[in-house]
Design a protein around this ligand. Structure first.
Ligand code: ADP
Ligand code: MG
Length: 257
């Protein structure tokens, strides 16, 4: 069965209604065309299908990479005049590897874009996390805040182990931080939920509620700097605990390769 037919069947069988609507939406031939390109140029076969998200379909590409076909109906493009995949790539680049970068854009069309990303191991949903995992999560938030962006959806399904550290591989719901704060009172709700999830999965007491309370007071860049410092203190505390075990910090930015 061709990749397109197989993928559409998996969407129906898996009750992925939202994703199915996106993939067969207003320009239903576009997704088919992309699948044909994946087959002919990237040798993708139906068996390579590995993930169905809420806006994106993921295929295994060799042993180290994935190809992600993503709908343009994502938050990142919401208020943008132009919906260019290269804008997302450029936005994310300075935050690599904490945000796992787009290695290459292989398609950029009206309703969809497709890109190559390194493959990582998504964090299990319910398994306890280590001190290192928690430090990595907090580090990702620091890096995003330092770049004036926010991805609220930082739950385990969107972060994975890559070269020994946790990275955020799904940033389709990224907002500019201050636009988001201006737009809605509820701006840090999903980040709060994500942090509370990690607090539950961490077997020791860490007290992230005070950090959540601090984050919710952000109004301007000065506040953000204070929050970044607050996170640094928590990370320092975690690293210095005996149970921090063999915490390994990221090396210099060269670890990208
Ligand atoms: N780089 C990756 N490595 C391994 N699995 C991935 C990768 N990117 C995505 N996936 C898998 O595909 C699913 C959907 O991708 P994701 O980027 O989260 O898109 P969505 O915006 O649709 O949630 C993920 O939950 C994960 O299981
Ligand atoms: Mg996701």
């Amino acid at each position: 069965m061709p990749v397109y037919e197989h993928t559409m069947k998996q969407l129906v069988d898996g009750d992925k209604n939202n994703l199915q609507q996106k993939m067969s939406g207003s320009n239903k031939y576009e997704f088919k065309k992309i699948c044909e390109k994946l087959e002919s140029q990237y040798h993708i076969k139906p068996a390579h299908l590995m993930g169905l998200g809420t806006s994106c379909i993921v295929y295994q590409y060799g042993s180290e990479q994935v190809i992600k076909v993503c709908a343009k109906k994502i938050k990142y493009f919401h208020d943008r005049k132009q919906r260019l995949a290269s804008d997302l790539q450029k936005t994310v680049e300075p935050m690599a590897p904490y945000l796992l970068p787009i290695v290459k854009i292989i398609y950029d069309g009206d309703e969809f874009f497709a890109y190559i990303q390194d493959r990582c191991n998504p964090l299990p949903k319910r398994k306890n996390i280590t001190t290192q995992n928690l430090c990595d999560i907090l580090h990702i938030i620091q890096v995003m805040f330092a770049n004036d962006v926010i991805v609220g959806q930082m739950k385990p399904k969107n972060v994975g182990l890559w070269k020994g550290h946790l990275v955020l591989f799904d940033y389709h719901s990224m907002h500019q931080l201050y636009d988001r704060i201006k737009d809605t009172n509820d701006w840090c709700h999903s980040l709060e939920e994500s942090l509370l999830t990690y607090e539950r999965l961490y077997p020791h007491k860490v007290g992230l509620q005070s950090l959540i309370d601090h984050i919710s007071t952000i109004k301007n860049p000065h506040d953000t700097v204070e929050v970044i410092k607050h996170i640094e203190k928590i990370r320092e505390g975690l690293r210095n605990e005996p149970r921090g075990g063999n915490y390994v910090p990221w090396r210099s930015p060269k670890h990208r390769q």
